[in-house]
Design a protein around this ligand. Structure first.
Ligand code: UD1
Length: 418
């Protein structure tokens, strides 16, 4: 095991390059299982999650080369449409292989993901959607067994615009017979990139980036190359760091993916400058307390809720941060309180009373974004903060401590025997 030791309170200044988006590359990797041939994926972040997905796809039979942020996936040999529990359990996004595998093989066995650190995360929309396309779904020994000789297009409506279910159903529908209409679909940039990737491979998809996606099934897809979009959550995390601690310029971003975050940072008093794919943020002189409610894209992302709470501990005043996507995603709150924050949770809201300065302490990370919030808090706190269980951060942030060190932070990774 490893932990991060942070000597907090140092000013940050400089430039940081944003990596490719984890949540975009995972479905793109899964989608490359649909095609008999070799796909080259560029700007792939080197993360535990991309490596877990690569491992899973190798179990399925794909041949994968991954070096220098470039991944070559050859799905010409896939023959084993099975996603075992030990890999699905490590990463829920493994469930993305279900749609492509049923589409290509007429059968898939994918372990049912269990609970997660932030409460139940069901996959009923994915399964009901596949049933609508004619798949027979059974649960056996904790595995979902999905079978369909040929999927058939249909209308699929989600109660909530789920990112994962939209991706899974679109991937299942691209080679189905006839037309599929996905209503109340997700329009997150990562789903837009997945759809555009499928279109470049020969799929017929309309309504990309809207809540109504139409897929007209085609017989064949052909392999193509793709460059993954920059990670808007990593970018948002560094913008929040700049808001708290100095002057940071992000390179390799798509500013329009961060509209609401930039709006909120301006409201708290930061100076933001946008120049093409660069965003600069300058710390607020006096950080105002601003309420935030998470929402689907283009709203404020739930994946930045924990980091926003960390920022608000430094504000003058009280703020309410409400998560409408996940009701129970507050495992970072007790840890932040160990650093001297004053946060209470009521229902799906956290009430943050600004305390000015946090004070370093040992804390434990519980999930990817909670870890990011603890690192930000540690960088803001006076004294030393030790963040343990950092395997979570390595799932979703590429070289995080190196990037912060480059900006002037005092942070190092050490081995522990915890
Ligand atoms: C994706 C992101 C995750 C982000 C989340 C919300 C990836 C790999 N992960 O997760 O980082 O926090 O979007 O932006 O892209 N739901 C159901 N039944 C389902 C599916 C979802 O009830 O079958 C509910 C969920 O419990 C949640 C809401 O729908 O309350 C949204 O979840 P969803 O958009 O599916 O999140 P993920 O795709 O799992």
């Amino acid at each position: 095991m490893q932990k991060l030791i942070i000597d907090g309170g140092h000013h940050l200044n400089g430039e940081v390059k944003i990596s490719g988006a984890k949540n975009a590359v995972l479905p793109v990797m899964a989608a490359s299982l649909l095609v008999d041939g070799t796909v080259k994926i560029k700007q792939v972040p080197d993360l535990r999650d991309t490596r877990t997905m690569a491992e899973l796809m190798e179990v399925i039979g794909a041949k994968i080369l991954f070096a220098n942020n470039e991944m070559i996936v050859d799905s010409g040999f896939v023959k084993n449409p099975i996603a075992p529990y030990d890999l699905v359990n490590k990463m829920r996004a493994s469930f993305y292989v279900l749609g492509p595998l049923v589409a290509r093989f007429g059968k898939a066995v994918v372990s049912l993901p269990g609970g997660c650190a932030w409460g139940p995360r069901p996959v009923d929309y994915h399964l009901n959607g596949l049933k609508k396309l004619g798949a027979k779904i059974e649960l056996e020994g904790g595995d979902i067994i999905a079978k369909a000789k040929k999927l058939i297009g249909n209308k699929v409506r989600f109660d909530f615009p789920s990112v994962g279910a939209t991706g899974n159903i679109v991937m299942a529908a691209v080679t189905a017979k006839g037309e599929t209409l996905v209503e109340n679909a997700a329009k997150e940039p990562e789903i837009v990139q997945l759809c555009e990737f499928l279109v470049s491979m020969g799929a017929k998809i309309d309504g990309i980036g809207t809540t109504e996606i139409t897929v007209e099934g085609v017989d064949n897809l052909h392999p193509v190359d793709i460059t993954i979009i920059p990670d808007r959550i990593e970018a948002g995390t560094f913008l929040i760091a700049g808001a708290a601690l100095g002057k940071i310029t992000l390179t390799n971003t798509i500013p329009e993916h961060l509209g609401t975050v930039i709006e909120k940072l301006t409201e708290v008093g930061c100076d933001i400058n946008i120049d093409d794919s660069k965003i600069s943020v300058k710390q607020a002189k006096k950080l105002d307390a601003i309420d935030v409610t998470t929402a689907v894209y283009p709203g404020f992302p739930t994946d930045l809720q924990a980091q926003w709470i960390a920022l608000m501990t430094k504000s003058r005043g009280s703020s309410i941060i409400t998560d409408t996507i996940y009701n129970d995603r507050f495992s970072h709150v007790p840890e932040l309180n160990r650093l001297g924050a004053n946060i209470t949770v009521e229902g799906n809201s956290a009430i943050v009373r600004g305390v000015g300065n946090l004070i370093g302490a040992p804390v434990r990370s519980t999930d990817i974004r909670a870890s990011a919030s603890l690192i930000l808090a540690g960088l803001m706190a006076k004294g030393t903060t030790e963040v343990s269980h950092i395997h979570h951060i390595d799932r979703g942030y590429e070289k995080i401590e190196e990037k912060f060190v480059q900006l002037g932070a005092k942070i190092k990774r050490v081995e522990t025997d915890e």
